[in-house]
Write a protein that binds this ligand. Structure first.
Ligand code: 2AM
Length: 192
């Protein structure tokens, strides 16, 4: 059987995905280009990117993610602010910020531990919760950079929302010619 590209994430309801996508649309209307925008249905919060995993490892997540989630508590996320990774000089990722309670970090650490047990290499950077709105393309220009700097200061674009999280999800990701297609494989309820 083939390897599967997969990741573990917090899924977002459609209305929130569309609110976030409207923010992308506002930035486009303001003239920002040179960015590959995440389509609304793909907007989520990544907890752990698993890479291309063999079927037995995928099955390991399907078996053990529900046990892990059972011992985790539901929590609320506050979505707020716009920013870029790694910095304004050479931006690569445009994101909406997440103000997260300790419960999210605890859940992410548990996911990381499970992934490690299943043979997935650990992240080399600390977990920084964020929601990717877009990724800079090679044609992202100096003009885009200047415009983005201005828009990051625009109070009208300071997004605010909150989200009650009561499950963690396993997704499959297929890289198709017109972009990634995500398929929900498992929803594991947070039950503590
Ligand atoms: P991001 O949202 O933080 O950018 C599904 O592909 C998710 O996994 C993406 O949303 C992305 O998280 C993360 N991801 C994709 N490719 C990755 C890679 N090569 N290394 C680390 N994370 C990756």
């Amino acid at each position: 059987m083939k390897r599967v590209r997969a990741f573990i994430a917090i899924e977002f309801p459609q209305d929130l995905q569309h609110q976030l996508s409207a923010l992308s649309q506002n930035l486009r209307t303001a003239g920002l280009s040179g960015i590959r925008w995440v389509p609304p249905e793909n907007i989520h919060l990544t907890l752990k990117f698993l890479g291309e995993i063999p079927p037995d490892v995928l099955q390991g997540f399907i078996t053990h993610l529900p046990d892990l989630a059972q011992t985790a508590s539901p929590f609320t996320l506050r979505l707020q602010g716009l920013g870029v990774f790694p910095g304004l000089r050479h931006p690569r990722v445009l994101w909406v910020g997440v103000e997260a309670p300790q419960a999210l970090f605890d859940l992410q650490r548990e996911v990381e531990t499970l992934a490690h047990r299943l043979g997935i290499p650990p992240e080399d950077r600390p977990f920084t919760p964020h929601i990717t709105l877009g990724r800079m393309r090679p044609d992202f220009s100096l003009r885009d950079q200047t415009l983005l700097e201005t828009q990051l200061q625009n109070p009208a674009l300071n997004f605010h929302a909150s989200l009650n999280v009561d499950r963690v999800c396993l997704f499959r990701s297929d890289l198709l010619p017109d972009g990634a297609r995500y398929t929900l494989l498992l929803q594991a309820p947070l039950l503590r």
